[in-house]
Design a protein around this ligand. Structure first.
Ligand code: SF4
Ligand code: SF4
Length: 180
């Protein structure tokens, strides 16, 4: 058993009845994470995606979760108000089976960081920009086992290795380091 430590657990509560699919959350998320910051906005780069079916008034914001190396064995299909949604439509994983939650140019996985990116925001920006109060930010303190989390760069490298193979990644890094 590892050491116990206090941890702030951050959650965003989603009230589907209040979401009208305006996509302001996607705009601000992609702008905040653009490089340089706020230089562009592109929903494909957002770490929150709006699954929408306007005819039935169904709008479901889905947050980007963990990077998944391989597709999972089973698939989800949701039926809401009689409409069947795409397989895995509401899944949060950045996984090889689809383009969602991947940086469009590099293919690197995207993951919601609760806006802790530099500069860290007191409240997630998607929550601040949701004028319909569909997103509510909450924090609580919990005792958890100490865990070693992989760095973002490690997750990114792992996905590159999965996609191109270790040798190609090593060769590319070696070539890049010669240019510097
Ligand atoms: S909390 Fe921040 S990083 Fe996560 S989806 Fe909202 S705006 Fe994007
Ligand atoms: S900003 Fe709020 S209302 Fe608009 S799409 Fe996002 S969650 Fe829904």
């Amino acid at each position: 058993m590892g050491e116990k430590k206090k941890k702030i657990v951050k959650t965003i509560k989603i009230d589907l009845d209040k979401c009208n699919g305006c996509r302001a959350c996607e705009v601000i998320c992609s702008a905040f994470h653009a490089s340089p910051k706020y230089s562009s906005n592109n929903p494909a780069r957002s770490r929150i995606r709006m699954i929408r079916d306007p005819i039935r008034d169904v709008y479901v914001p889905v947050y980007a979760g963990e990077y998944a190396k391989a597709e999972c064995m089973g698939r989800d299909k949701y039926v809401i108000d009689g409409k069947e949604y795409d397989e895995c439509g509401f899944c949060r994983a950045s996984c090889p089976s689809r383009d969602a939650f991947k940086e469009p140019d590099s293919g690197l996985p995207l993951k919601c960081d609760m806006c802790e990116d530099d500069p860290a925001q007191e409240k997630p920006l998607c929550v601040q920009w949701c004028l319909n109060d569909a997103l509510t930010y909450e924090e609580r303190e919990e005792e958890v086992e100490e865990e070693v989390k992989p760095e973002d760069v490690e997750i990114g490298l792992e996905s590159m290795v999965d996609k191109y193979g270790l040798q190609k990644v090593i060769d590319t890094v070696a070539r890049m380091s010669k240019k510097e």
